[in-house]
Design a protein around this ligand. Sequence first.
Ligand SMILES: [Zn+2]
Length: 272
Amino acid sequence: MPELPEVETLRRGLEKESVGRRILSVVIANPKVLKGQSEVEFRDRAVGKCIVGVSRRGKYLFLPLAVDSFSSPSFTLCLHLNMRGALRLKTDEEPLGRYGVLRLGLDEGKSLHFDDIWGWGECRIAVAGESLPELGEEPLGPSWDRREFARRLSTRRVAIKTVLLDQKIVAGVGNIYADEALFRAQLAPTRAAAALTESECERLAESIWQTLTEAVAQGGTRGDYVDLYGQVGSYIPQVYDREGAACPRCTAPLKKIKLGGRGTTFCPVCQN
Ligand SMILES: [Zn+2]
C-alpha cells in the first residue's frame, strides 16, 4: 500500500508534469473510484479545466482545477490510491490498461492513468473549499506539533503501533513506516501509547520525521509500488517484513507478530 513517501514521490512527479496542463478528455472504466459522484458531474467539472497545483495531505493528493492558470480554482480533484492504486503518466494515444479505472487526457499529448487492480482507490472532484477528509497532523508539514502528537498518544491505551496507523493521529503513516519509525525510536510496538514517557514521545516524533524524510528522498520503498514514470523506489526497510533476519542494531533475530490485525516486525531485544 502506498504510504506518505510514495504519495509524496507522486506529488513531485505530478507537480512537474501536470501543473499548467488542461484536461481535455475523461475516460471512466470503473465508476467505483468516483465514490458516489456521478460520471456526468465528474466529467463536467474536469473537462476544459486547468490543473493549477498539487498538494498532499497524508496519503491524499489534491489537484486544484481552474478555468485557466491565472484564475482561482473552482474545483479540487481528490485522489487516494488506497491499497493497490497507481498513477502513471502516458502519452495520449495509450489506451487504459487491464486494470485501468480512469484516464485524464491532457494537452501537449500527455495523459494521466489511474490503475487500480481492486478498484478501492478514490478519484472524485469536489467543489473548491468543500470540507475534505478529516486527517491528523501531517508529519512532514511545517506545522507538525510534536507536543500535540504526544498529547494525543497520552489519551490512547492501545498499542502504539496501532495508534500510529490511525490517520487521525498521524496522516500518511502506514504499516511499513510505523514499523520502521518504532525500530528507529527503539520502542516496542506492543507498548500502550498512553504509557510512553514525554522523552519517548519526543524520540518517536523525531523518528517518524527522519524515517519519512529518508524514504521520500529515496522515492519510497522498493517493492511493487511504482511512481508516475513506472520507476520503483529505493528505500530498503530495516525491519518491516524481515522476520527472522538479524536486527541491524543488535543482530538478534527480528520477530513478527499480529497487532490490531496487521503484521508487525520488530526487534524483541533492542525495542523496549
Ligand atoms: Zn535489536
